[in-house]
Design a protein around this ligand. Structure first.
Ligand SMILES: [Zn+2]
Length: 151
């Protein structure tokens, strides 16, 4: 039941929003920030700040960890990426695709992360929105499991 999840944001869409954020924050549109955004856009699935850093280093880009963390925080605060704390270890990030919201199952035995979508959840969210008269911008729902020792 693993489903291929594809986003509908193009890189140009992403960049446009990113530049709007930078302007709003009175931050410069540097090539360092551009390269970080480009790399984030190209990574499929979940990634850590360290992985992002090493990918950029491999491409011989000038980039500091501080800028990476600052950029990740910035993107997160504007909901362009999602920050997950799946386990006690380092945070994992993921690019947000507005069209394709999904949830996670974490296998704590193997560390495997399964992404899923369930229509029922959307229905529940709609009901809660109505009940509390709110508009949900995004949500986080994570299920944890262990390997069944019987199998
Ligand atoms: Zn995910």
């Amino acid at each position: 039941m693993k489903k291929e999840l594809k986003g509908n944001y193009s890189f140009e869409d992403y960049l446009e929003v990113f530049y709007m954020i930078l302007d709003k924050k009175k931050m410069n549109r540097t090539s360092e920030r551009y390269n970080i955004l480009r790399e984030i856009y190209e990574i499929e699935g979940h990634f850590s700040a360290d992985l992002l850093y090493s990918k950029l280093k491999n491409k011989k880009y000038q980039v500091s960890k501080t800028t990476i963390y600052n950029t990740l925080n910035l993107l997160e605060s504007f909901n362009l990426i999602e920050k997950h704390h799946f386990t006690d270890s380092y945070a994992q990030y993921e690019r947000r695709n507005t069209m394709d919201s999904h949830d996670h199952i974490i296998n704590l035995t193997t560390g495997e992360i399964i992404e899923f979508q369930h229509e029922g959840l959307q229905k529940i969210i709609k009901e809660i929105e109505k009940q509390y008269n709110i508009e949900v911008s995004h949500h986080s729902f994570t299920l944890f499991c262990y390997n069944n020792s019987q199998s």
